[in-house]
Design a binder for this molecule. Sequence first.
Ligand code: IPD
Ligand code: CA
Ligand code: CA
Ligand code: CA
Length: 262
Amino acid sequence: TEWTSDQLSQVDQTVRRWLVELGREARGTKDQDLQVGQKEGDFRNIVTNLDTTNQAWLVDHIRSIDLDAHIVAEEGDLQRPETMAGHVWFIDPIDGTLNFVHEKTDFAIMVALYVDGKPTLGWIAKVMTNQVFHGGPEIGAFMNDQKLAPVADLGLTESILIVSGRRLIAGEKPYATLASAALAYRVLGSAGISFSRLFLQQATGYFSKLSPWDLAAGRVLAETLGYVVKSLDGSPINMLSSNTVLIATTKTYRESVKIVKD
Ligand code: IPD
Ligand code: CA
Ligand code: CA
Ligand code: CA
């Protein structure tokens, strides 16, 4: 079933309210209520009870409004769809879990809806500032009730490039090449917060390898605002696997492709 723009606006507002509610609970969570576990025996790869409960809550709520929902989510053993046909939802129940536990500022909750592979709606809740970035190509992109401005086409040397810190220090190509070409680079520890910086035009690009739930919502909103979301070799994005992508203004994207080739 196709959703009309009116229905998409309703879904946009509904999920926005959910994220405000989950955000309020996350802000109210006390240290003593937090259980922190490790994944894959890696002490840097952590998960909390709030990641798990947020995800279960969102899965239930999405299923209650969308009987056709297929869901791709980070935590647990939810059955993943094999194709992007129909309604595919993405959930990152807490993005930047390590920040959530250790600095309690730069983390987000992210949800996205793709219809037959088309980026349709995205939500990034920047919890601590109570800002929800939301919308999509049909309805426009917003921060809370405020419509976001289309991007100014700045180049690499005119603003900040956000990169994955772990990949940069691991010496993975071409992170250092791009970071050193930019005016300055930043490492934020949350894909959602990195996207929010782009949307407020506090950065000109974000380069990282991202899992589907890290990329899904940000991609919808970035494309709506006129950012390029692509791999550096131009190969297509597959939303059912991870992708190394540059999300950037047209100018920054073109300059980056050139620098990496040279
Ligand atoms: C992580 C953050 C981080 C990115 C990692 C992600 P998580 O998400 O977005 O910025 O570099 O690749 O896994 O695991 O805290 O949801
Ligand atoms: Ca994680
Ligand atoms: Ca994430
Ligand atoms: Ca997460």
